[in-house]
Ligand binder design. Structure first.
Ligand code: G16
Ligand code: MG
Length: 217
């Protein structure tokens, strides 16, 4: 059997959240807003534009569109500066063996990310060749928990949503997968991701017989 396996990027394949944090913190500090790692948790899987709005809300700051656009560019330039030295060592534990196993077993692989920087990240980490389809923040207009990004990926692979499996680290992403009638697999904390059909702390805990079960479901 063939299934579509859709991977989120940040928090699933690589931990780019730490770089998003540094870049947002710089903007927040300029504006006199205290921005903590806890605040950053709430920005996981959230689009760039929405992230800035949430930070401004946090600081109770009303800004012109012109200023917002300026900060969005600044944030992204700073974020990109952290990605310059990125290589395969940044791929999270257990991801490559799972990608390899899926490829060997003729399964379809997609990326479903909110990031507009997804392609360069997959290139720099040397895993872009695994992906049959890449749907990212440049391709969709509705953010997770809207299922658009995952539905688009499945459609491009000619697979029914019921035959798609989504790996996600964010609550909004799990909800998006569930709304799309896909099988949701949470990567991270079971207390946070309890809406997922299955939860693992990381890919090193996913065994090939679990993948086989998903393929044959
Ligand atoms: C990622 C991150 C978010 C980030 C978003 C947009 O989503 O989790 O924190 O704001 O992408 O990224 P960019 O500024 O690069 O367009 P995902 O869906 O990969 O977890
Ligand atoms: Mg994520």
């Amino acid at each position: 059997k063939t299934k579509a396996f859709i991977f989120d990027l940040d928090g699933v394949i690589v931990d780019t959240a730490k770089y998003h944090y540094l870049a947002w913190q710089k903007i927040a500090n300029q504006l006199g807003i205290e921005f903590t790692p806890e605040h950053n948790e709430g920005l996981k899987g959230v689009s760039r534009v929405r992230s800035l709005d949430l930070i401004l809300e946090l600081g109770k700051i009303e800004a012109s569109q012109e200023n917002k656009d300026k900060w969005l560019v600044e944030k992204n330039e700073d974020y990109l500066s952290y990605l310059v030295d990125m290589d395969e060592s940044e791929i999270l534990i257990g991801v490559v063996p799972v990608l390899h196993y899926l490829k060997e077993n003729k399964q379809l692989i997609a990326l479903g990310s909110a990031s507009k920087n997804a392609r360069p990240i997959l290139e720099k980490t040397g895993i872009i060749h695994y992906f049959d389809v890449i749907v990212d923040g440049n391709d969709v207009s509705n953010a997770k928990p809207d299922p658009e990004v995952f539905l688009r990926a499945a459609a491009l692979l000619n697979m029914a949503p019921e035959n798609a499996i989504v790996f996600e680290d964010s609550v909004a992403g799990i909800q998006a997968a569930n709304i799309a009638h896909m099988t949701s697999v949470g990567i991270g904390d079971a207390n946070i991701l309890h809406e997922a059909a299955y939860i693992f702390p990381d890919f090193a805990h996913i065994e090939t017989n679990f993948i086989e079960t998903l393929v044959n479901k």
